[in-house]
Design a protein around this ligand. Structure first.
Ligand SMILES: [Ca+2]
Ligand SMILES: [Ca+2]
Ligand SMILES: [Ca+2]
Ligand SMILES: [Ca+2]
Length: 678
């Protein structure tokens, strides 16, 4: 929020009325007056505090006239009479009382003066008008509280302010005559709501009221988005489990996709930390009601029995505001290791891992990277030596703990294969950690010259443990056709299994993203996002290229791995399936907008699929809040430490997929390459 307009007059009024040197006190003989000095400290209290007087019918003894309707008897004739918040809110989204000066007396339900420049008031239960179409709560904008009495949640407060509709929310501004009339009052009863809510505009009947939101029929809510937990203190919760990407589970379809978007909107609600502060020092929403830290995460799929707080409409979105941690349950525990059972004691493991811009050339002004073919790019990824060390430590942990023998990498700096290259640095760091010895693939032509993997700033790469496998011949890359721009150059390498002597090939890929539009290929609204034709073309040409046996292996055993930037049911995947490849993965690897799906895939050629023992997606990254990554910007020095660990979690934004293979397990020796693949 920027600021509600025209608060200056109100500030002056509040100051006048609460400054005991002014001599102006609006004491009507019934309500409490809290005197404060110019610094806002309470100096004296005059009758009424905590005695439950002066409110509307709620507080009148049976047969007694409600004392505050109207209460402008005495020396405060200039104040409008106290009325019910429900009469101000009315039953329309926008109040019909905008511009009116009104007085209310109600309970403070959430004190967000620090975070939202105001607080929420709600009528006592007995002052509820019994009409479900009118809200009992309201936000009071009070950007400067330096001259008003101390107050807190549970206080009953009487104040006068002007009704305003600010960015869709009904507020009171220009506050004057703000008095605490009772302390420690019971809070109004929570209104129970459950998702899905098909038409969220109906929530205006609960605007600024205390609510308890659950999933359908009281089931727990799931954490479906933590992307902005660090930046805004928010997390999105959903009913019926996490929200899937439409095309992860449905064939692309325009009408179906629009229906899906409506449905997931109705299933979800934002939880906010009652603050507009960016990059809050204390990130409220970690597990168990404790703040977020590297050791106390909040993972996608964790659950919350109910979201309790004040229902607020802000920044064009309904949200529950809570200034307290909530009791998130670790329903989705951190997997310290990939699922060994799913891999079934595979003698060899291959991983596909998008490492989110691993650049040893620091991303600093003036720095450039040079591809093997001489093109220059601004670097990406880590900005400082400290960030690079942190990024490297996390990636090394992830790669070693994955227990993979071969790892296909995406988003490496395309800065060549020399000793100073990023891939060489990563391998050096892996080997420095001890244990297995790693090496990396350098694509070369028949004369032994390095072949550039295209002119993009990023490239795919291959690293492997020499004890497990041995490269058979040179790696091949394809920089033509669909791979000239947009899609990154695929790399194909044939390996020999040191154990069985069998050979197989790995094709590492990174298809064009759904981000910036190329070739005018805007999303068509069927759920596949931008640039789908470019990815389909990549799938076709990849299959055709592999069919030419570019490494001269004479072996039809091929695994296609990588970030294909396509969810499981999208055209590029079905294209490869139609070319005879079997899709191996069945699990999400990524989240976007709180929706979960797999952009990363592993597909086996027909002869290869017999040798696959199992596949697992290791959920070390996508489930974890972005703010737990290696970056140091927008973090205090305390957060730089408390939000970081050198373990594998949030090493990247994509989860690695791990494929178990047993090259000796073929039912029969594969026939020659010809005829096995279309
Ligand atoms: Ca009241
Ligand atoms: Ca009502
Ligand atoms: Ca916030
Ligand atoms: Ca950074």
């Amino acid at each position: 929020m920027t600021a509600s307009p025209a608060a200056t007059t109100a500030d002056r009024n509040v100051l006048d009325r609460s400054d005991d040197t002014s001599g102006v006190i609006n004491h009507n003989g019934n309500d409490a007056i809290v005197l404060t000095n110019a610094e806002g400290n309470t100096q004296d209290t005059v009758d009424g505090l905590g005695t439950g007087n002066a409110d509307t019918s709620a507080d009148a003894a049976p047969g007694e006239t409600p004392p505050d309707t109207p209460d402008n008897n005495g020396d405060d004739m200039d104040l409008p009479p106290v009325e019910l918040i429900s009469t101000i809110q009315g039953s329309t989204m926008s109040s019909e009382r905008v511009g009116d000066e009104v007085s209310v007396e109600a309970i403070v339900t959430l004190d967000a003066r620090d975070g939202l420049d105001g607080f929420f008031l709600q009528e006592e239960d007995a002052d509820n008008d019994g009409d479900d179409t009118t809200s009992e709560g309201i936000f009071v904008y009070l950007p400067d509280d330096s001259s008003v009495a101390d107050f807190t949640v549970g206080d009953r407060m009487r104040l006068t302010g002007t009704v305003e509709q600010y960015q869709g929310k009904t507020e009171l501004t220009d506050v004057r005559s703000l008095d605490v009339t009772a302390r420690d009052q019971p809070l109004p009863t929570l209104t129970e709501l459950d998702l899905p809510i098909e038409d969220k505009s109906t929530l205006s009947a609960r605007e600024s009221m205390l609510v308890r939101i659950t999933g359908e029929d009281g089931t727990p809510l799931a954490v479906t988005d933590t992307h902005e937990l660090g930046r805004y203190g928010t997390t999105t919760l959903s009913s019926g489990g996490r929200l899937a990407q439409y095309t992860e589970i449905n064939a692309p379809d325009q009408a179906g996709y629009q229906q899906w978007l409506d449905q997931i909107e109705s299933r979800s609600i934002l939880l906010d930390d009652a603050s507009n502060a960016q990059n809050p020092e204390r990130i409220l929403f970690g597990r168990g009601g404790e703040p977020l830290s590297a050791d106390n995460t909040l993972r996608g799929g964790d659950t919350l029995a109910s979201a309790t707080g004040v229902l607020d409409f802000a920044h064009q979105q309904w949200r529950v505001q809570s200034d307290q941690g909530l009791d998130f349950q670790p329903a989705n525990p951190r997997p310290e290791q990939p699922d060994a059972q799913a891999l079934e004691d595979a003698p060899l493991k291959v991983a596909s891992f998008n490492v989110l811009n691993y650049f040893e050339t620091l991303d600093r002004s003036g720095h450039q990277i040079t591809t093997p073919e001489g093109t220059e790019h601004s670097p990406r990824g880590a900005n400082s030596e400290q960030e690079l060390a942190r990024q490297q430590d996390k990636l090394v942990s992830a790669i070693i703990d994955s227990d993979a023998d071969i790892v296909g990498l995406m988003e490496l700096a395309n800065d060549g294969y020399g000793d100073d290259s990023s891939i060489a640095g990563l391998v050096e760091a892996l080997n420095a950690r001890g244990g297995a010895q790693w090496d990396y693939i350098t694509p070369r032509d028949d004369s032994g010259n390095v072949v550039s993997p295209g002119s993009d700033a990023i490239a795919v790469g291959l690293i492997y443990q020499g004890d497990s496998v041995t490269p058979a011949g040179n790696a091949a890359v394809n920089t033509s056709g669909a791979f000239a721009t947009g899609n990154r150059t695929p790399m194909l390498q044939t390996f020999q299994d040191n154990g069985s002597g069998e050979t197989f090939s790995i094709a590492v890929n990174h298809f064009k993203s759904k981000g910036s539009v190329i070739n005018g290929e805007e999303a068509t609204g069927d759920g596949q996002g931008n640039n789908n034709p470019t990815r389909v073309e990549a799938a076709k040409q990849l299959s055709a290229w592999i069919g030419t046996d570019p490494t001269g292996s004479g072996d039809s055993d091929v695994l296609i791995i990588g970030d294909l930037n396509s969810y499981a049911m999208e055209d590029p995947i079905t294209t490869l399936q139609n070319e005879g490849y079997t899709l191996l993965d069945k699990d999400y690897s990524y989240s976007h907008d709180g929706q979960w799906g797999s952009l990363d895939h592993a597909l086996a050629s027909e002869s290869m699929s017999d040798q696959v023992t199992g596949v697992t997606t290791w959920h070390i990254n996508a489930d974890e809040p972005t703010v737990l990554d290696y970056n140091t910007e927008y973090k205090s020095s305390e957060q730089v430490n408390a939000l970081y660990s050198d373990g594998p979690f949030r090493a990247s934004d994509h989860d690695p997929i791990i494929i178990g293979i047993d090259p000796s397990s073929k039912a029969q020796q594969s026939a020659g390459f010809q005829g096995r693949l279309k």
